[in-house]
Design a protein around this ligand. Structure first.
Ligand code: RIB
Length: 294
């Protein structure tokens, strides 16, 4: 069984700010860094650091060699990543004093996926393999349809939520990993229990992991419910915390761990990611996750 993550690779331009800039305001930042990120790349790195062999597919632009290097250095199989003319995806991220962030996303090369490229990548995978997706690349609907036809098990993190997801057939998704805001956008409900109930009603065969920020996370599959709290740490930068959780939780399934153990592992890994700067740079190795007292 192979694992493919078809997702974004971004250069994150991260600015430390006193507060998030407001309309009409010019705000001086007091620190700036460039990190490698993108929900796709972050989740691949998290999977690899958790010990999973993961193939990443996606596109980078002319200045994107550092993204490729980060992938390879992080232990991700990068042979399917294609370099094209133009810019890579990038973000402008503000991180405030409490570690919260605001992200402005430019799709760049991530939005240049073609049907031919999707077909070419999927030709290397077969029934029973796992496909992980987020919503920072174009052609998501085509990727889902093609992978489903081949019998891949599809896991979707519908983030960021936008109208491109309306074209996707969510009935083909085996597992959703999403936060409360995305859960509300998918279901039209606000309350956690109602979001879970609605997801079960409309996608009865899908497993769901709903992350609830400071309130932890909930796993739901049919009548089974499992809850996990957070490990409290001093938040330095929350960027990629959700991606770390996603990668680590998926790794626990691949390794055959129980759901409670998987949720705890993922919560531990994301707590460590929150305690340091950057996206891929903040994701811990499994050894560290297992040996850090939280
Ligand atoms: O989830 C965090 C990621 O979202 C960042 O690394 C940024 O690139 C955006 O895609």
């Amino acid at each position: 069984m192979k694992v493919l993550n078809f997702g974004s690779l971004n250069l994150d331009y991260v600015y430390s700010v006193d507060h998030m800039v407001t309309p009409g305001e010019t705000l001086a930042s007091y620190g700036m860094n460039v990190f490698c990120g993108g929900k796709g790349l972050n989740q691949s790195i998290a999977l690899a650091k958790a010990g999973v062999t993961v193939y990443h597919a996606g596109m980078i632009g002319e200045e994107g060699d550092i993204l490729l290097k980060t992938c390879r250095d992080g232990g991700v199989k990068a042979d399917y990543i294609r370099k094209i003319e133009g810019r890579s995806g990038h973000t402008i991220i503000q991180v405030d004093k409490t570690g919260q962030n605001c992200i402005l996303l430019y799709g760049g090369a991530n939005q240049s996926i073609t049907k031919e490229y999707v077909d070419e990548v999927l030709a290397h995978f077969e029934k029973g393999d796992i496909l992980l997706l987020q919503n920072e690349v174009n052609m998501l609907d085509y990727i889902i349809d093609s992978a489903y036809e081949k019998g891949l098990m599809i896991i979707l993190n519908p983030s960021p939520y936008n109208s491109a997801l309306d074209r996707c057939d969510f009935n083909k998704i085996s597992m959703f990993l999403l936060n409360e805001i995305e859960g509300a956008q998918v279901t039209g409900e606000e309350d956690t229990d109602k979001i879970l109930a609605k997801l079960k009603e409309i996608y009865p065969d899908a497993k769901v992991v709903l992350t609830l920020g400071g309130d932890g996370s909930v796993y739901q599959y049919k009548e089974e419910i499992c809850r996990q709290g957070i490990f409290k740490v001093k938040a330095v930068d929350t960027t990629a915390a959700g991606d770390t959780f996603t990668g680590y939780f998926i790794s626990s399934i691949i390794e055959g761990m129980s759901v409670p153990a998987g949720l705890e592992l993922a919560a531990r890994a994301s707590a460590i990611a929150v305690s340091r700067e950057g996206a891929t740079a903040s994701i811990p190795l499994k050894e560290e996750v297992l040996n850090t007292e939280l």
